[in-house]
Each structure stands twice: as C-alpha cells, then as structure tokens.
Design a protein around this ligand. Structure first.
Ligand SMILES: [Zn+2]
Length: 347
C-alpha cells in the first residue's frame, strides 16, 4: 500500500501489522485494535474536538486517509487469509469416495453348532421332541433319580463340580430323562431328545471341562433292545452314511439295565481297521434299557412300560466327522481353526 502524504507513524506500523497477520482471527483483533470503539483511529478522531477549525479540517483529512488505508488493508488481508484457510481445510478434510471400504469380518458357524443342529434335525425326523434342561441341577435329578444314591461309586466316577448343596453342574444330560417323564405325567409313548452342555473335572486332549451331549429317551409298552438298536443305527447312518453298521457290547451304567456300549463301523477305513480305530470299530455312545428305578422316579410303572435311552458326546461326533485328533481347539476360539470348517457348507 502506497504511503500517503501526511500519514502517521502509528498508521504505517498498523498497515505492516495487518500485512503480517497470519489468521483471520488476527485480522479481526487488529480491526478492533484500530477501528473499534476504543481503537486508535477512533481515539485520534475524538481528540480533534479541541483543535481550531482550520487545523481540525487538515487533521481530519489525514486521519480519514489513515482510516481508509487501514480499512482497505484489513479487508484485503481478510480476503487472502480466508481463501488460504478454506483451501487448507478442503485439503485436510478431503474425502475420497472412490476408496475401497473396510470389509466386515464375517463369522462362521461353529463346528459344534453345525453338528448340534444336524443331530437335532435327525432326532426330529425320527419323531423325537427336542427338550432342554437346566445346566445347574440338583443332586437328586443328577444322581439319586438316576439310580445313583449317595454312596454309589458312580458319583465318584464323575468328578463333579459340586456347588452349594443341593446343586451341581450337571455331569450328564440324563437328568432330562427324569424331568421329561415327570412332565409327561404317565403319557405314552414318550419320545424326547436333548442336546446340551454338561460339566466334569476333566481336561486333556480328548476331554474338556465343558462338553456337549445328545441324549434320546423312548418310553412305551414293550420297548426292547431291538428298538434301541434300530434307532441308534438310523441316527448313525443319517450322520455318517448309509453303509454304517453298529454293534452293542455289554456294559454298565447305573441308570440302564441291561446297558450297552454302541460301536459303529469306522467311517475312516469303512471297518477294515486303521490307525484311529485299530479294530474297524469305534465306540460312539452309551445306551441301555431304562432301569426300573429310573422309570419309577419318572412316575412310570416299570411292570407296565419299558424304555431305552442313549447318550452321545457331540464333540466326539465332530471329531469323527471332521477328522480331529484333539477336542480342545473346538473351545479355544481361534478364528482360523473355526473358519476351516466353512468348506463343509451347511454342515
Ligand atoms: Zn478305521
């Protein structure tokens, strides 16, 4: 800005200050400092009042020229800085709508969930009703009602999570048998199944403290071992294929009489014998005819009706089905491991 004749030192300094302002806010502060109600220009104009008319006119001309210069400098600097600040903001806040987004992390269905759903589906197709039961059970439902009185060695066999009496974390899904029978109120036939978590103090390659069981119960008149074998065979074939065979081996469970372990032909070697099965057979589930005392605890008369029950470890099914050597990875939540089962599709 050209300096006008008669301009003042302070006005010259003001123009330099305005030109050096770095932000719009600085410009505004300078405007107040010079042109505000208490500003330098205002004060100088006010001070003219005491001058003689001639001097006042000359002084007025100088001050008005200074004021005009300052106003123009302020406007110009404000314009320059506003543009610069806008350009800077545009650059900083630039949003590129063509950039690819962040893809969401897709989950997959847990292998145990796949197997559980599959087993539930098989049982429903065989005419069973799926029931649930509490994981926090009383000792009566978990042991006594299932023919395991207080001194029964089976209560040690299960290394149980005992809670404040009379509660335990259920050691098997079998308490559901008692609950289902008592709720049925003697009605026949009774065909129920359950799938749920159970708890024992086990922790090694093939045992976890929490594991899932699938259990089926049938009560009716004239139920015998052929019925048990027929249903078990149907379930095994549905899950592992139509060429599967099963065999029953005598065993012992407190809540069934007689009791039988069920073996199925090894799905890996088709019964020829391999590293996993050695004999061509794989032990898959426990079963038997419902013990008369268990029927009584469920409100049925064992002289009139009979029944069978079988229980299967869901993780065991998953291990056989997916060829797993270890059970623990199923509960370690390693997404890479769990995603490997995507290949099985609906399974
Ligand atoms: Zn085999």
């Amino acid at each position: 800005m050209a300096r006008r004749m008669g301009s003042e030192e302070w006005a010259t300094a003001a123009l330099a200050e305005i030109a050096a302002a770095k932000t719009v806010a600085d410009v505004e502060a300078l405007r107040v400092q010079y042109l505000g109600r208490q500003g330098r220009v205002t004060r100088e104009l006010r001070a003219m009042a005491g001058l003689p008319p001639d001097e006042r006119r000359a002084r007025g001309a100088v001050l008005n020229a200074c004021k005009a210069d300052i106003e123009q400098a302020l406007a110009q600097q404000r314009e320059v800085l506003t543009r610069a600040e806008q350009a800077q903001r545009l650059e900083a806040e630039r949003l590129d709508m063509t950039l690819p987004g962040v893809p969401p992390a897709w989950g997959t269905m847990h292998p145990i969930t796949r197997v559980r759903r599959r087993l539930a589906d098989v049982m429903v197709r065989l005419g069973f009703t799926i029931r649930t039961g509490p994981e926090l059970e009383t000792e009566w439902y978990n042991f006594e009602a299932l023919n395991m009185p207080a001194e029964h060695p089976a209560r040690e066999m299960h290394d149980t999570f005992y809670l404040e009496a009379p509660y335990v974390l259920r050691t098997h899904t079998s308490p559901f048998q008692i609950r289902a029978m008592r709720e049925a109120g003697g009605e026949l036939p009774l065909r129920v199944a359950t799938l749920g978590f159970t708890y024992r103090r086990d922790d090694d390659a093939t045992h976890t403290p929490q594991f899932m069981q699938m259990e089926g119960l049938v009560v009716d008149r004239g139920i015998g071992l052929p019925d048990l074998k027929g249903v078990v065979l149907a379930v095994v074939r549905d899950v592992f294929g139509p060429t599967e065979r099963v065999r029953l081996r005598p065993s012992f469970f407190p809540f069934t009489e007689p009791s039988a372990e069920v073996d199925m032909s090894c799905p890996l070697c088709l019964g020829a014998g391999c590293r996993v099965c050695h004999t061509g057979w794989i032990e898959v589930l426990g079963s038997g005819l419902v013990h008369p005392r268990v029927l009584e605890a469920g409100g049925y008369d064992p002289r009139e009706v009979s029944g069978f029950a079988f229980g299967w470890g869901v993780e065991r099914v998953a291990m056989l089905l997916y060829g797993l050597d270890e059970l623990r990875p199923l509960y370690q939540n390693d997404v890479r491991f769990l995603q490997a089962f995507d290949a099985w599709g609906a399974w």
